[in-house]
Design a protein around this ligand. Structure first.
Ligand SMILES: C[S@@+](CC[C@H](N)C(=O)[O-])C[C@H]1O[C@@H](n2cnc3c(N)ncnc32)[C@H](O)[C@@H]1O
Ligand SMILES: Nc1nc2[nH]cc(C(=O)O)c2c(=O)[nH]1
Ligand code: SF4
Ligand SMILES: [Mg+2]
Length: 215
C-alpha cells in the first residue's frame, strides 16, 4: 500500500503521559471526522481541530510508495543512535492508513510505536502505546488502551458529565483531560481543572509544545 503523509518531524511529545519524550511525529493526511477544509468545519463531527492535515505538502510529507520507504524516512528523522527510538503516528486519523506492513517495518527499525487516534476505528494490535481522544457525536469503538485523552470542554453540545462518567469505565490505564485550545483557552483550562478536582480519576495534561515553542 502507499501512504499519504502530511508532514514528518522530530520533536518532543508534548501531550499526555509520554510528554517530554523525544519522538518522530508522522502525521498522516486525511481524517474521517472532518474534511480539513475551513468551509466544512461548522458541519463536521469534530469541529475544534488545531491541525492542518490536508494534502502531502508539509515538511517531510509526501506520497510514500511502500512501508519500507516510509519507515526509512522516519528513521532518517530520528537520526543516529539506536537507543529509545520512538515514533508517534498521528494525523488526521492515522488508523485510516496504518497497516501490518507499516507496523512491521517500524518495529524492524527498532521503533516503539505510539498512536494518537480518535478511536472510531480499531487500533492496530501491534501498536505499543495507544492514546485515544474521543469526539462527541462519534462512535468510539476502541475503548481500551494506555491513555484516554479527552479534550475539555467540547464546544457546541459536546460531551456531558454523564459521558465523562461512562468513560471512566473504559479500560484505559490513564484518564487525562486536555484543555480545549481555542480563543477561550484560559476558561477552558479552569473548567478542566475544576473537573479534575471533582473527579480525581482524571489528570490534567497540557499541550506543552505550544508553551515551549516546539512543533
Ligand atoms: C490533531 S489530533 C490527530 C489524531 C486523531 N485524529 C485524534 O483526534 O486523536 C491529535 C490530538 O490533538 C487533540 N486536539 C485537536 N484539536 C485540539 C484543540 N483545539 N485543543 C486541544 N487538543 C486538541 C486531539 O483531540 C488529539 O488528542
Ligand atoms: N510536540 C507535539 N506533541 C504532540 N502530541 C500530539 C500531537 C498531535 O498533533 O497528534 C502533537 C504535536 O503536534 N506536537
Ligand atoms: S479527529 Fe483528530 S484529526 Fe480529525 S478533525 Fe478531530 S482532532 Fe482533527
Ligand atoms: Mg498537535
Amino acid at each position: 500500500m502507499s501512504y499519504a503523509v502530511k508532514e514528518m518531524f522530530l520533536t518532543l511529545q508534548g501531550e499526555g503521559v509520554q510528554a517530554g519524550r523525544r519522538a518522530v511525529f508522522l502525521r498522516f493526511a486525511g481524517c474521517n471526522l472532518w474534511s480539513g477544509r475551513e468551509q466544512d468545519r461548522a458541519q463536521a463531527i469534530c469541529r475544534f481541530c488545531d491541525t492542518d492535515f490536508v494534502g502531502t505538502d508539509g515538511d517531510g510529507g509526501g506520497k510514500f510508495a511502500d512501508a519500507d520507504a516510509l519507515a526509512d524516512a522516519a528513521l532518517a528523522f530520528w537520526g543516529a543512535g539506536d537507543a529509545g527510538r520512538y515514533i508517534v503516528l498521528t494525523g488526521g486519523e492515522p488508523m485510516l492508513q496504518v497497516d501490518d506492513a507499516l507496523v512491521d517495518a517500524l518495529h524492524a527499525r527498532g521503533f516503539t510505536i505510539a498512536i494518537e487516534s480518535n478511536g472510531t476505528l480499531a487500533v492496530h494490535p501491534g501498536i505499543d502505546w495507544i492514546c485515544i481522544s474521543p469526539k462527541a457525536g462519534s462512535d468510539v469503538v476502541q475503548r481500551e488502551g494506555h491513555e484516554l485523552k479527552l479534550v475539555w470542554p467540547q464546544p457546541g453540545g459536546g460531551h456531558s458529565i454523564a459521558d465523562v462518567a461512562a468513560m471512566e469505565q473504559w479500560a484505559f490505564a490513564h484518564h487525562l483531560l486536555q484543555p480545549l485550545d481555542d480563543p477561550h483557552a484560559q476558561d477552558n483550562a479552569r473548567a478542566a481543572i475544576a473537573l479534575v478536582m471533582d473527579r480525581p480519576r482524571w489528570r490534567l495534561t497540557v499541550q506543552a509544545h505550544k508553551y515551549l515553542g516546539l512543533r
